[in-house]
Write a protein that binds this ligand. Structure first.
Ligand SMILES: *Cc1c(COP(=O)(O)O)cnc(C)c1O
Length: 396
């Protein structure tokens, strides 16, 4: 997945453009910048890539989720449904607005289970946030139907599935608002950065203003701009945007390499009867950033994962025992370890986590191994890797 593996002259040239005139900020300083508007250029490039009307760049993927929620008017006391398997950013971004994350089981797609989701809807539910984990997607038609039926805002976190698609549409462009991360380990990187993607004019204007202190961005005198509403600073810098501009143009090449490497690995593992693969919803095409497979039980997954590590098969994750991505290890959320006081509404809203269990998620995550697909592997390296992995799995 990581686009940083293939840094080169294209990235250097874009960054040097910015350093040559010294305007590191994305807004203003029109006279000094010699026509360089890297963030604006990256936004229009991303709009093409993700077939969407509007893109607002921000400082991170986590910021993108907060800005998306804020732009849709979600805040204090609102419930936002999210999956048990994601990155900690999902609940962080929800809680930053004083909203309540409601965690819900995943299914064999490794993303939100539509049945579990529908069962979790209450009168306080305002939005659902699907997270396309490890390069593949949820059943978007089923989720859209539920959103329409219950009049909910639909948010899509495509941070880990850049370049994937569902029924011909780029992931991240399907829901009401899509969120991307371009942090250092994502398929395309800005170093740090993120984006909110939408076809809704009002959400876009809200995101544009909110991410820059509420500035209305009217005219070309920043000092004279007014503030229609309160905002914050989630701006990206021109330096970060410059790296992303070079990277987004290379996305088709990156996805092609991922697909080749993924396919070699998958074909080798498919010969083992005990290995099964995650379900990809009909009409979906993965981004090939990860290969995900299931072993028969928790014990075999733990053993295989350990033996992979001992034999130099890096970047294969057993998320059941992982601190970052799965509910089982999120004690800091369960115990509400906050530096500052948290509202009673959120405290009460999260009481359920003290007792709730997620057997269905455990069932899938316990048996899952998720292998990062690198861009820098040669065909020989990936074939040797595949063979070693097959030998290790077969030994069990
Ligand atoms: C990386 C990631 C984020 C957060 O992105 P940052 O840019 O690191 O803040 C959010 N959601 C998912 C699923 C991610 O993988």
């Amino acid at each position: 997945m990581p686009g940083f593996e293939l840094f080169g002259d294209l990235e250097r040239k874009e960054v040097n453009d910015v350093l040559d005139n010294g305007v590191l900020m994305r807004y203003g300083f029109d006279g000094m910048r010699n026509g360089h508007w890297k963030a604006k250029e990256l936004e229009s490039e991303l709009a093409k890539t993700f077939s969407s009307k509007h893109v607002q760049l921000v400082s991170s993927g986590t910021a993108a989720v907060s800005v998306a929620l804020a732009s849709a008017g979600i805040g204090a006391g609102d419930e936002v449904i999210m999956p048990t398997f994601t990155f900690v950013a999902s609940f962080e971004a929800i809680m930053m607005l004083g909203a309540i994350p409601v965690l819900v089981d995943i299914d064999d797609t490794l993303t939100l289970d539509p049945k579990a989701l529908e069962a979790a809807i209450t009168p306080k539910t305002k939005a659902i946030m699907v997270v396309h984990m490890c390069g593949s997607m949820a059943d978007m038609d089923a989720l859209r139907t539920i959103c329409n039926k219950h009049n909910l805002i639909f948010i899509e976190d495509a941070c880990q599935a850049i370049g994937g698609s569902y029924k011909g549409k780029p992931l991240g462009s399907i829901a009401d608002l899509g969120c991307f991360s371009f942090d250092f380990v994502k398929t395309i990187t800005c170093g740090e950065g993120g984006a909110v993607v939408t076809n809704n004019n009002q959400y876009y204007l809200n995101a544009d203003h909110y991410s820059d202190h509420g500035h209305d961005h009217v005219g070309n005198d920043r000092g004279a701009e007014t503030h229609p509403f309160l905002g914050y600073n989630f701006r990206i810098s021109e330096l970060n945007a410059a790296v992303g501009l070079a990277q987004v143009r290379r996305l088709p090449e990156f996805v092609k390499i991922q697909k080749r490497n993924y396919s070699i690995l998958r074909e080798a593992l498919a010969h083992i009867p005990e290995v099964t693969f995650r379900t990809v919803p009909e009409g979906g095409e993965e981004s090939y950033a990860f290969l995900n497979f299931f072993l028969p039980d928790l014990e075999s997954a733990r053993k295989v994962s350990k033996t992979f590590k001992e034999n130099g098969i890096d970047a294969c994750f057993h998320y059941y025992d992982n601190n970052w991505h799965y509910i089982r290890k999120w004690d800091h959320l369960r115990d509400l370890k906050s530096l500052f006081p948290i509202s009673n509404e959120v405290k009460q809203g999260l009481e359920y986590l003290k007792t709730k269990t997620f057997e269905q998620s455990d069932h899938w995550i316990a048996r899952n191994i998720s292998c990062l697909i690198k861009l820098s592997w040669t065909e020989e390296e990936i074939r040797a890797r595949a063979q070693k992995m097959v030998e290790i799995i077969k030994a069990f």
